[in-house]
Design a binder for this molecule. Structure first.
Ligand SMILES: [Zn+2]
Length: 140
């Protein structure tokens, strides 16, 4: 068993219907550029456990960490998990040994939806992207 550290959201977010897909996370106030927004909530599991969850389709939100570990963001969740993919994002994700941090790429206005470019980590390029960005690559 690996201890899961406390994961905190440092800027209050509001979860509401997304302009991109499903639910989204919106800034409740201004978030300055290059600030840590928070850690993705979750539980640390082994990659073996992660693969079993994927096989049984029990997990929709999973980030691979170092040392054969993964963060299962479907358990012990927080609002960060509602940050949707965009090809023109306003946040970026930093994967550390035992947590996944989100930072603002630029100043984010109050009420703006947060988004992150999840790159190839997502659906192997088979899911149509609806982010609406001018440089949208079409699939995630
Ligand atoms: Zn896109």
């Amino acid at each position: 068993m690996i201890a899961t550290p406390p994961y905190r959201v440092l800027f209050p977010l509001r979860v509401a219907k997304s302009r991109i897909a499903g639910l989204g996370a919106y800034a409740q106030g201004v978030i300055p550029a290059r600030r840590k927004i928070g850690d993705l909530g979750g539980v640390i599991i082994t990659m073996k456990q992660a693969r079993a969850l994927i096989r049984n389709k029990k997990v929709i939100n999973l980030v691979e960490l170092d040392n054969d570990l993964a963060l299962n963001a479907s358990a012990n969740p927080n609002d960060i998990r509602f940050i949707n993919h965009s090809c023109a994002p306003n946040t970026y994700m930093r994967v550390l040994k035992n947590r996944v941090e989100f930072y603002s790429l630029r100043r984010i206005r109050k009420g703006e939806e947060l988004s992150c470019n999840y790159g190839e980590t997502h659906h192997e390029g088979t899911l149509p992207c609806r982010c609406g960005a001018a440089n949208c690559r079409g699939f995630i």
